[in-house]
Write a protein that binds this ligand. Structure first.
Ligand SMILES: Cc1cc2nc3c(=O)[nH]c(=O)nc-3n(C[C@H](O)[C@H](O)[C@H](O)COP(=O)(O)O)c2cc1C
Length: 447
């Protein structure tokens, strides 16, 4: 198994510092497990109130991460409206599907996350116009600006502009309901997903928000929905419940959010009282999980130069930076230079669920490498989902002596080549499902 580097050149100690949230709780270290959609919860077209129930695979997966010594662990996107998914197989919190079974499963989920001291956060999201057309032909959005192109061979419907009343009932109320549910099922907090082009980002970005009412136009108006969700959540939960947000530091597209907009938005989040902001970037139209410039490659984090510009606005709000971190050296430097306080990790921790533990104990200098083209998010994303499904096949107790036992090592050429072959077959399957109008549920199962 190959790592990005085996050379330990810096002390990882600083990554073990606590981060204290203004509402009271603190983390055991600086690591954040980023949101990674799992797509392994139930999806039952015959019985939509049963959509989005966490599966045993999902619980086992978080049993692994829950033993990985993260400061905080985010779930993958959990959707607040069962008709506006990011994908079939998302976990969902919605009043129409509430009941003892869902509560028990979410309770087990938070318990698995928290077993070695990590804080547990639910990432709350709404697909808006990025909902696959096979799930929702007439999705809600800020305005009726349709998303061109396809994802996983599936297109997107023409959106319906939410009325002012629907903004309240279909969005704000649903986010607040889900946050209360998260609190009641044992989670320490929620993160609003306002990055990557999902519904809340459709409001903040001028590319997709063409409204002329109080939810469109000025930056203040475009942010209004988020601030109203924040207030609605705060009314439902005790003060120590953590409320954070994932936002784009930049969108890299015409009329998209610029770093100056992002800075202003973040200063409003700081003033509003958000416990943390996680900085990311890009949308479905402009995926940004790779280096756009040679100059940022060395420092690894894709959005570091934007984070540095935004950073001064944060005083009481904790800031996390996610995307691109692979070596301890780059993580330590990002913290020491004060570009960020927390380090978000995505793809590296699907290859190795206990990476923070190994970094903090000085065992490793970097994450496990892989042979895929780093710039090909489609492949690295599929590969991560397959590794997550593999992790979900066993509990932590069953493999605790060798936690990597059944996770594919994509730094091995034979394995990565075989995976690329498997992707060809899976692509045919996805095309076929999509051409029949069927939502794609689950992930590529790889042995
Ligand atoms: C399999 C996969 C699923 C993802 N799902 C989500 C998600 O549900 N919510 C989200 O905000 N970001 C999601 N992302 C983006 C990650 O949170 C993260 O921002 C991105 O992968 C960059 O970090 P990395 O370079 O450490 O992987 C996903 C990424 C991957 C690879």
């Amino acid at each position: 198994m190959k790592r990005f580097t085996n050379e330990i050149t810096v002390d990882a100690k600083i990554l073990g510092d606590h981060l204290k949230f203004r509402s009271g709780k603190q983390t055991q270290n600086r690591f954040l497990k980023a949101a990674l959609t799992e797509r392994v919860s139930s999806f039952d077209p015959q019985n939509p109130t049963k959509h989005g129930l966490p599966s045993q695979t999902l619980l086992n997966l978080y049993d692994k991460w829950g033993n990985g010594q993260f400061g905080a662990i985010l779930t993958g996107n959990v959707i607040v409206d069962s008709t506006h998914l990011e994908s079939a197989g998302n976990a969902i919190i919605f009043k129409e599907g509430d009941g003892p079974e869902r509560r028990e499963l979410f309770g087990k989920w938070s318990k698995n996350i928290k077993q070695s001291g990590s804080l547990a956060f639910v990432q709350l999201s709404h697909g808006g116009r990025q909902t696959p057309v096979t799930v929702q032909p007439n999705p809600f959005s800020a305005s009726s600006v349709q998303l061109a192109g396809e994802r996983r061979f599936t297109g997107f419907g023409k959106p319906v502009e939410l009325t002012i009343e629907q903004i309240q009932t279909e969005v704000i109320d649903r986010f607040a309901y889900a946050a209360k549910f998260a609190y009641e099922t044992g989670f320490d907090g929620v993160e609003l997903h306002a990055a990557h082009g999902y519904l809340l980002a459709q409001f903040t970005s001028p590319t997709t928000n063409k409204r002329t009412d109080k939810y469109g136009g000025s930056l203040e108006n475009r942010l209004r929905i988020i601030l109203e969700i924040y207030d609605a959540i705060r009314q439902q939960v005790p003060t120590e419940f953590i409320v954070g947000i994932k936002t784009n530091s930049v969108e890299f597209q015409e009329q998209g959010t610029t770093v100056d907009d992002a800075k202003e938005m973040c200063s409003i989040f700081e003033e509003k009282g958000f416990d943390f902001v996680e900085l990311s970037g890009g949308t479905y139209e402009k995926i940004a999980f790779h280096h756009l410039r040679e100059s940022t490659k060395q420092r690894e984090a894709f959005f570091l130069e934007f984070a540095e510009k935004i950073r001064p606005v944060f005083k009481n709000t904790v800031v996390y930076l996610t995307g691109g971190f692979r070596t301890v050296k780059a993580m330590v430097e990002a913290v020491e230079s004060d570009a960020t306080q927390g380090i978000g990790l995505g793809r590296p921790i699907t290859a190795e669920p206990d990476l923070p533990r190994k970094i903090l104990s000085g065992q490793v200098a970097s994450s496990i490498a892989n042979n895929f083209d780093e710039n090909n998010f489609a492949i690295t994303n599929l590969a991560s989902n397959s590794q997550m499904e593999q992790m979900g096949r066993t509990t932590f107790a069953e493999v605790h002596n060798n936690i990597l036992a059944n996770i594919s090592d994509f730094s091995n050429t034979e394995t990565s080549d075989r995976y690329l072959e498997a992707v060809k077959g899976y692509s045919e399957y996805m095309k076929n499902e999509a051409s029949q109008g069927k939502p794609i549920h689950g992930v590529l199962r790889f042995d």
